[in-house]
Design a protein around this ligand. Structure first.
Ligand SMILES: Cc1cc2nc3c(=O)[nH]c(=O)nc-3n(C[C@H](O)[C@H](O)[C@H](O)COP(=O)(O)OP(=O)(O)OC[C@H]3O[C@@H](n4cnc5c(N)ncnc54)[C@H](O)[C@@H]3O)c2cc1C
Length: 451
């Protein structure tokens, strides 16, 4: 199977695996582990420990997220035979509307296949009366159950390394021994601290506070004010790198990402003219959030997320900066599964086959930081905002256009492409020339007027 010096630590028929956390990372890992095992004719006992109940409404069943499933993930899942059922999808997003203080512009999907799913991770916000809402995380757990996974509805409170493997304990049951323990606990600090007991060189990911709220709205009002468009805001407001309104069936989700988002930042955002204009005129945005929270978002990956018989995945290890965290959970979960089943579960195996995947995400995020820095500059510059709107407007109204700026922005907003790929496209000489021209032309009247 493998040629590493530490071979001998590997999964065999009957091995026991515990996955701590049944969010996307835990589910993707479990699904692919059992799929690879099936292909090799192996059988494992795989338990997912999950503290939340994703069939519950509100915080008890929610993993705090905007709920955008990127088109690249939708397509990759489909390639592996996983199709997100229509009743999980709250709305298909077909356009992005970019708002600045200088105006707004709709960006259409670069191709017809590029469709994005807006979902709820749990069964809807606090107070949700629609009993038919089905959440994305429960759908993924269901796929795992079909493959034979046992979901244990308990919170893990103890991890301990012994000669025979790793003990996993909860407040409800006696510790149980496993051959491999997988950390898919998101950014839950208490759980990540437990992992340091069995993975001493693991350094926790860096996080910052974000914001989500859900507004209940009549579907007809959503249709009229937001449509099937995700609305993103490039406003000159401090601490906000990315603000978006995501239409669902009966709700509109507001997401703010940036640095340490707090109440005042939220207030400034929702009362700004551009944001208020997206709601019906008689809708009191400041007072009507059905549900809101300030969850943490991963902004820098954890260090060394593996040891003999232990590996951490998803937000607990590496994510994608500000975008497509579910996609990163898929990438890390699948990579850890193939390493564990096909290579081995020793530290050396994870170092050789899994760590490069995390490193690649990290390098891409470094480029992402640069892109968000430039976005910040645009947010602060009325002149550049006008130029950007002008260029996108020209592209969108000309079907024969190469859509260079529109498609690069589309991938920046959706998180569908890697940041390195996006940067290369932003630096295309024709795009830069077009932006320069649009900036000059669209600002001429103002400059002329001033002189
Ligand atoms: C404001 C905001 C908006 C976002 N919007 C998007 C978006 O639109 N699209 C997108 O792709 N990503 C988005 N993300 C990122 C995305 O939510 C995460 O990257 C993704 O959820 C990571 O999945 P995960 O499985 O690693 O962790 P999580 O989804 O956090 O799942 C971890 C699970 O582990 C469980 N758990 C933790 N400790 C224990 C324990 N001791 N015992 C048992 N269970 C435990 C938790 O209950 C939880 O269910 C957003 C994030 C934030 C903060």
């Amino acid at each position: 199977m493998n040629s590493l010096a530490t071979s001998g630590i590997e999964l065999v028929d009957g091995s026991r695996i515990a996955v701590i956390g049944g969010g996307p990372a835990g589910s993707f890992f479990s699904y692919y582990t059992l799929e690879y095992a099936r292909r090799l004719g192996l059988e494992f006992e795989l338990d997912i420990y999950e503290a939340k109940d994703f069939t519950k409404i509100g915080a008890a069943g929610c993993n705090h997220c905007g709920g955008i499933v990127s088109e690249s993930l939708v397509q990759e899942l489909a390639t592996d035979g996983i199709v997100i059922p229509a009743d999980i999808i709250q709305r298909g997003i077909s356009t992005y509307t970019m708002h600045t203080e200088k105006g707004s512009q709709v960006i259409h999907a670069p191709s017809d296949e590029k469709r994005i799913a807006a979902v709820f991770r749990g069964c809807g916000p606090k107070g949700c009366l629609d009993k038919n809402v089905k959440g994305f995380d429960n759908f993924l757990l269901g796929l795992c159950r079909e493959k034979g996974v046992r979901v244990i509805p308990e919170k893990v409170t103890r991890l301990e390394r012994t000669e025979e493997g790793i003990l996993v304990g909860s407040s409800k049951s006696e510790p149980s021994r496993y051959d491999l323990v997988v950390g898919a606990a998101g950014l839950n600090k208490a759980t990540l601290d437990l992992f340091r007991e069995v993975c001493p060189s693991f350094g926790l990911p860096t996080e910052t506070r974000a914001y989500i709220s859900e507004f209940f709205m009549k579907p007809a009002d959503i249709e009229k004010s937001l449509g099937n468009s995700m609305h993103v805001f490039l406003l000159d407001l401090p601490q906000i790198t990315f603000g978006a309104l995501i239409p669902k069936e009966n709700y509109v989700t507001l997401v703010l990402l940036g640095t340490d988002i707090g109440k005042e930042v939220v207030q400034r955002f929702i009362t700004s003219d551009r944001v208020s204009a997206c709601f019906p005129s008689d809708f009191p945005v400041e007072r009507t959030a059905a549900c809101q929270c300030y969850p943490y978002v991963n902004i820098k990956q954890g260090q060394h997320p593996y040891a003999d018989r232990v590996v951490l995945i998803g937000d607990s290890a590496s994510s994608k900066l500000y975008k497509n965290g579910i996609g990163a959970a898929f990438i890390t979960g699948k990579a850890a599964a193939s390493t564990a089943v096909l290579e081995g579960i020793g530290e050396e195996h994870f170092k050789k086959y899994y760590a490069p995947v995390c490193r690649d995400l990290d390098q891409d995020n470094q480029v992402g930081k640069l892109i968000f820095l430039v976005t910040r500059l645009i947010q602060k510059s009325p002149v550049l905002k006008k130029g950007l709107l002008d260029l996108v407007g020209r592209e969108q109204s000309n079907p024969g256009s190469a859509f260079r700026m529109s498609s690069a922005l589309w991938d920046t907003f959706t998180g569908s492409a890697g940041y390195r790929n996006i940067l290369r496209r932003f630096l295309h000489p024709k795009l830069l020339m077009g932006l320069t021209r649009s900036t000059v032309v669209s600002n001429l009247p103002t400059l002329h007027h001033k002189s």
